[in-house]
Design a protein around this ligand. Structure first.
Ligand SMILES: [Fe+2]
Length: 202
C-alpha cells in the first residue's frame, strides 16, 4: 500500500540521518510516535490522522541531525548560540523533510507536527509562540509525548525519572505547557495502565 511504503521509506530515512549518529534521538522518536498514537486514539482522531501522527512522531526531532553532540548531550544550561541551534530544530526538521521528498508533498499535518512540537499551550513555546488551539492538534499531542519520554528516559545528563514524577509534571502543566484535553487523554491511556500493572491488577 502507498501509505505503508511511505512509512517504510521514512523510517529508512530517519535511520540514515539520525540512527547512525544518535541512538537516543532515534529510539526516543520511535517511543514518542508510539505514545502519541495511543493518545490520539484515545482522543478519537481518525485513522488517517493517527498514521500522520505516527510519522510526525518518528520525524519530530530530525532537525537535531545538524546540532553537535556536545550541545545535544550537554549536562548544564546551554549558552546563547547553543540554545539558538536547539530552537532551530523544528524548522530545520521540516525543511529536511521537504528537501528529502523533493516535491512529493508530505501531508501538511506531518510537517506542521514537526514544526510546532515545541509550542506551548500558553504561547511561551517556540519557534512561533502559537497558543491554545492555534497549535495543530498533532503538535499538541507530540509535545506531551516528547516531554514524557524525555523525562522517563536515561540521558547523559539525567537518570530516568519515575513515571509518577513525570505524571505530576504533566498534570501541573495542563493549561500552561500542555493542552488540558491532551493531558486528560494521556492520563486515561497510560497512567491507568501503569497503576493497574503496579497493583498487579488485570
Ligand atoms: Fe524536539
Amino acid at each position: 500500500m502507498q501509505g505503508q511504503s511511505r512509512s517504510r521509506d521514512l523510517i529508512i530515512f530517519l535511520n540514515q540521518v539520525l540512527g547512525v549518529r544518535d541512538d537516543y534521538v532515534f529510539e526516543h522518536s520511535r517511543r514518542v510516535a508510539q505514545i502519541a498514537v495511543a493518545i490520539g486514539r484515545r482522543l478519537g482522531l481518525p485513522r488517517e490522522d493517527l498514521e500522520e501522527l505516527r510519522l510526525a512522531g518518528l520525524l519530530h526531532d530530525l532537525g537535531k541531525a545538524d546540532i553537535p553532540d556536545t550541545t545535544l548531550n550537554k549536562p548544564g544550561p546551554l549558552d546563547k548560540d547553543e540554545w539558538e541551534a536547539m530552537r532551530g530544530h523544528p524548522l530545520a526538521g521540516r525543511d529536511m523533510v521537504h528537501r528529502y521528498f523533493n516535491g512529493e508533498a508530505l501531508r501538511t499535518k506531518i510537517t506542521t507536527g514537526i514544526m510546532f512540537h515545541h509550542e506551548r499551550w500558553d504561547g511561551s513555546g517556540y519557534p512561533t509562540g502559537l497558543r491554545g488551539k492555534e497549535i495543530p492538534v498533532l503538535a499538541r499531542i507530540l509535545c506531551l509525548a516528547d516531554v514524557f519520554d524525555a523525562m522517563t528516559s536515561e540521558r547523559s545528563y539525567h537518570p530516568p525519572r519515575p513515571v509518577g514524577e513525570a505524571r505530576a509534571y504533566i498534570c501541573q502543566g495542563a493549561g500552561s505547557h500542555f493542552d488540558p484535553e491532551v493531558v486528560d487523554a494521556f492520563l486515561r491511556t497510560f497512567v491507568e495502565e501503569a497503576d493497574m500493572a503496579a497493583d498487579g491488577g488485570g
